[in-house]
Unconditional design. Structure first.
Length: 208
């Protein structure tokens, strides 16, 4: 990546981190994904913690799940258990790990979910939530964040999941209803309680 863009990401992140701290979120900036994974493991604490995760290309592509298991934590593998068991274990997890579809310059998290089985744990349940996100997810405000998700994140996700939605066929959002990935749009303005949500920003372009 261009060195000037890297420098820009760091400057931009500093402002976002200040805003997030005012919102009760602990926030950190890492120059690259390797440093970011180390920070995530540090935030998880001593071995033996239960760790759930939401669907995320950022998490899947960087190999973090394998690192979590290698560190001695108990990864809740939702693909290998029933939905009911995953719900019970995730809501009681020590850590829930996810990315964010978009993050505003004012430090708000914006996420779109079909069933809400990712954002529900962001809102309530696990002892802490760690959000790992590349700086390509940054937007000016909530309206821009929603536009970004619908234009840049949801269509490729619909293709990846082999969904029969208009955006998976024509590559653009048509504000569909029915069997839509965009059933729930959630803006997280503050961490309640303070410090429960921790955000690790990465100076790379990660995920959708």
């Amino acid at each position: 990546m261009n060195v000037h863009k890297k420098a820009f990401y760091k400057i931009q992140a500093e402002g976002i981190i200040t805003k997030m701290k005012a919102r009760g979120m602990e926030a950190f900036y890492c120059d690259n994904i390797d440093d970011a994974k180390k920070k995530v493991l540090e935030l998880m604490g001593d071995a033996g913690k239960s760790v759930g995760y939401g669907g995320s290309m950022t998490i899947d592509e960087c190999g973090l799940k394998a690192d979590i298991e290698a560190a001695g934590h108990n990864l809740i593998k939702r693909e290998e258990i029933s939905v009911e068991e995953a719900n019970v274990r995730n809501i009681n997890a020590d850590t829930f790990l996810m990315s964010s579809n978009a993050i505003t310059l004012n430090g708000e998290l914006v996420n779109i979910d079909k069933r809400g089985n990712r954002v529900c744990y962001l809102i309530y349940g696990p002892k802490q939530v760690i959000v790992l996100a590349g700086m390509n997810k940054i937007t000016a405000n909530v309206d821009d964040a929603i536009r970004r998700v619908r234009a840049e994140a949801t269509p490729p996700n619909a293709v990846r999941l082999n969904l029969n939605t208009p955006c998976s066929k024509n590559g653009r959002c048509v504000d569909c209803v029915g069997d839509s990935l965009c059933a729930n749009i959630v803006t997280t303005r503050t961490s309640c309680p303070p410090g429960r949500i921790k955000v690790v920003l990465v100076g790379e372009e990660l995920g959708y």
